[in-house]
Design a protein around this ligand. Structure first.
Ligand code: NDP
Length: 451
């Protein structure tokens, strides 16, 4: 690394020594920016990188709520408002026991550049809580969401900060959060995205991240004379992103043979067809069940997750792999297995699913890597379209939204592949996404002075 980029990284590590995930996200980003830093004296002089790696604002708060037994429970809430350089803060809310400031900051940091890549005017933010929705009753989830919003509402607004969903936050939670916001403020505005279709939500928002991931992967493959059609794919996770990734792969004539959750994975060599996918949606979204029940219903192998090291899911022969669960789910050993099995493309549905070592192994093995900043940008892109529809007091048709999504993903591919070729090496989409995302945000920051 150049001394400027190295200094920025050292400063981040010094200032936040315990924030492992945030350091990782900053490090991989700086590796890309390192390739262009000599050509951008203004960026160095005006300390753009130092400013980009420090959130504009971090909000941390207590979330007290009452469980079904009448006991008081306390969780910690977060909202990291990372950058408003190109638009209001925008990014999801995550409810998972692992949530901490480091994870919130890494997600908010990545979101800044992802949102920039969509071409829409959205800044970057992220939030959530260490509340665990697993095993909670409907009433407990509602009470938690209401308490969370009772603090969060004063920090957000349709022109300030517009949260959405992420792990543990789907349409149901967004509905409860929105209801509470509306009740406190007496305003029906587009303050959250991912709303239900009956109260301002956009068609295709639930589908958008998974669909967008497949659209971008398809664009990369088309350039290499490859296709989803006739391919065999590995998908991890079984939540929102995984489900709609499978749905779009099926629609395009591919076959998905795996799904997982934090307890284990299933292998269905015949393929998870639309009928089986409907069962997964019911199982995970309505029943809040475990993927193990798929194995029981369809009599396919189930492998329990025992080790944090190599995940057997990434050691199955296939053409393409789509990690759609969580950060760092592909580590060094998994990447070696993917390379050994000659996987041709890894499309990142989850945020930062590959560790630094894994990323290096995948790219040096000639595997095409569609990085999360670009590959899962479809979700926030349609969130941006939901904001536009809310401002217009209009509702677009599903076909209209899907067409816009396809255009946005095509444009993202064009921009990241051009940036890769111009500033790095052809097909290095990690560099392409980081550099293309960075350029726009840094220009906006330079124009706006020291803010
Ligand atoms: P969901 O909550 O709908 O599903 C998450 C899935 O990942 C579940 O199957 C869950 O299993 C599994 N998972 C979560 N945490 C872990 C863990 N620590 N170890 C193993 N498995 C885990 O979330 P989404 O599908 O919305 O999100 C998945 C990923 O996609 C995340 O990285 C998210 O940030 C990213 N993303 C999501 C977007 C969206 O629009 N929803 C947009 C862009 C990115 P279990 O049920 O056992 O917890």
């Amino acid at each position: 690394m150049h001394s400027q980029t190295e200094q920025v990284y050292q400063m981040v590590c010094r200032r936040d020594p315990n924030e492992r995930e945030f350091q990782q996200a900053v490090y991989t980003f700086l590796l890309s920016i390192d390739k262009i830093i000599d050509e951008l004296p203004d960026v160095t002089y005006h300390k753009i990188l130092e400013r980009m790696t420090e959130p504009e604002r971090v909000i941390m708060f207590r979330v007290p709520w009452m469980d079904d037994e009448g006991n008081c429970q306390i969780n910690r809430g977060f909202r990291v408002q990372m950058s408003s350089a190109i638009g209001p803060y925008k990014g999801g809310l995550r409810l998972h026991p692992s949530v901490n400031l480091s994870i919130m900051k890494f997600l908010a940091f990545e979101q800044v550049f992802k949102n920039s890549l969509t071409g829409l005017p959205m800044g970057g933010g992220k939030g959530g809580s260490d509340f665990n929705p697993k095993g909670k009753s409907e009433q407990e989830i509602m009470r938690f969401c209401q308490s969370f919003m009772t603090e969060l509402y004063r920090h957000i607004g349709p022109d300030t900060d517009v949260p959405a969903g992420d792990i543990g936050v789907g349409g149901r939670e967004i509905g409860y959060l929105y209801g509470q916001y509306k009740r406190i403020t007496n305003q029906f505005t587009g303050v959250l995205t991912g709303k239900g279709p009956d109260f301002g939500g956009s068609f295709i928002r639930p589908e958008a991240t998974g669909y967008g991931l497949v659209y971008l992967s398809q664009a990369i493959l088309a350039d290499k004379k490859m296709d989803i059609k006739g391919s065999t794919c590995l998908v991890s996770g079984s939540g929102n992103v995984a489900q709609f990734t499978v749905e779009k792969i099926n629609a395009l004539g591919g076959k998905v043979i795996t799904l997982s959750d934090s307890s284990g994975m299933i292998i269905d060599e015949e393929g998870i067809n639309d009928e089986k996918l409907a069962f997964v949606k019911m199982l995970k979204n309505v029943k809040r069940g475990r993927i193990k029940e798929y194995a029981e219903k369809y009599h396919v192998p189930y492998i329990e997750r025992t080790s944090e090291v190599a995940n057997p899911l990434w050691n199955i022969k296939a053409d393409y792999a789509f990690p759609c669960a969580t950060q760092n789910e592909i580590v060094k050993e998994d990447a070696l297995n993917l390379a050994k099995n000659k996987i041709k493309l890894v499309g990142e549905g989850a945020n930062m699913p590959c560790s630094i070592e894994a990323e290096e192994i995948l790219t040096s093995s000639g595997i095409l890597l569609a990085p999360a900043k670009a590959a899962n940008a479809g979700g926030v892109a349609v969130s941006g379209l939901e904001m536009a529809q809310n401002s217009q007091r209009m509702k677009w048709t599903p076909e209209q939204v899907d067409k816009e999504l396809q255009n946005i993903m095509k444009n993202i591919y064009k921009n990241i592949s051009e940036a890769a070729e111009t500033y790095s090496t052809k097909d290095n989409f990690i560099d392409g996404a980081n550099i293309a995302g960075f350029m726009k945000v840094s220009r906006a920051m330079l124009a706006q002075g020291y803010v």
